[in-house]
Design a protein around this ligand. Structure first.
Ligand SMILES: Nc1ncnc2c1ncn2[C@@H]1O[C@H](COP(=O)(O)OP(=O)(O)OP(=O)(O)O)[C@@H](O)[C@H]1O
Ligand SMILES: [Mg+2]
Length: 294
């Protein structure tokens, strides 16, 4: 059975998700959607003049970004530029010393990390972050919201069983959509890196995010896998805003609506991919011609 949040073509081998956004909130008029529920309508993330210090290290200084619904913001910059710290600040894992972060007009700064999934904000980690002693299915189920759905309501299952079955159904549906349902019982460590990256994405998507923060989703992927990832992102964007941190510059340039470049904790450029390619300071920050060749 396909869960209500993830329907579509079964058994696809590529990373082609159909109608992941066919979430329950879409059936309701916008003014009836709860912004606290997973699958809430996509909204704008606004980060303004953000400052993060680690002791004497200035990790972020006067950093501003906006992620609009249905848009992909690429965030690039050399190692240590502050990209992951930016995500950590948004996700409340580090406390900024200045600036503001709002989602759908609500400040995130007073919220706990555990509240963000309820707002529809989901991120992936720079590493895989999979639990090696849990199966693929169990890993993905950890990302599933603890809610009931109409199928189990119809079957009048006991509440605990319903929650478990709903999460199993939702996780299996996403694994199916990402073409790895046949690996549900495997342990992540036994799988190729590219498959593990799909599991990471499945765990994020099963939460039906309205804002997805991806930290280096293409790292270690083959060229073919990167192409499939781009195809997936282009499908997902219809239903969410996406912030994409990535060193794979040609991928960022091809998929992003806009790009922000960080260097040493500061925004050194922001604009369309074409504008970023033409920016001398960006080229210098990368000490090479990767960007202009992207
Ligand atoms: N928890 C921390 N404590 C102290 N310093 C930190 C911490 N996290 C990050 N930093 C420092 O903040 C700066 C930015 O690091 P960050 O990991 O955000 O960079 P990045 O752009 O994600 O780099 P990469 O591309 O290598 O992942 C670096 O100087 C880093 O050493
Ligand atoms: Mg990083």
């Amino acid at each position: 059975m396909l869960a209500s949040g993830a329907t579509g073509v079964r058994g696809t081998r590529g990373w082609v998700v159909r109608d992941v956004g066919a979430r329950s909130s879409e059936a309701a008029p916008a003014d009836q959607r709860s912004t606290d529920a997973p699958g809430a309508a996509p909204a704008a993330l606004e980060v303004s003049s953000l400052e993060v210090h680690f002791g004497g290290v200035v990790a972020l200084q006067d950093v501003s970004i906006t992620v609009q619904p249905q848009q992909i913001l690429g965030v690039i910059g050399p190692n240590g530029a502050g990209k992951t710290t930016l995500f950590n600040a948004i996700c409340r894992l580090v406390t900024p010393s200045g600036g503001s972060i709002t989602y759908a007009g609500r400040s995130l700064l007073s919220m706990r990390p555990s509240q963000l999934a309820g707002l529809g904000i989901v991120r992936t980690l720079q590493g895989l972050g999979l639990w090696t002693r849990l199966t693929v299915l169990e890993n993905v189920m950890l990302g599933a919201p603890a809610s009931t759905n109409m199928f189990s309501d119809l079957l009048a299952l006991p509440r605990a069983d319903r929650g478990e079955r709903d999460r199993t159904d939702a996780a299996m549906a996403i694994l199916d959509e990402l073409g790895i349902a046949d690996r549900a019982g495997a342990y992540p460590g036994s799988l190729p890196h590219g498959t593990q990256k799909r599991v990471v994405l499945a765990r994020a998507l099963v939460a039906r995010p309205s804002l997805l923060l991806l930290d280096e989703p293409a790292s270690g992927l083959s060229a073919a896998e990167v192409e499939q990832l781009v195809e997936l992102l282009n499908r997902l964007r219809a239903d969410m805003g996406i912030a994409l941190v990535e060193h794979h510059l040609d991928m960022v340039m091809s998929v992003s609506d806009s790009v922000t470049v960080l260097n040493l904790g500061r925004v050194i450029a922001a604009g369309t991919p074409a504008e970023i390619r033409a920016n001398d300071e960006v080229t210098t920050a990368y000490l090479g011609n990767e960007v202009t060749n992207a």
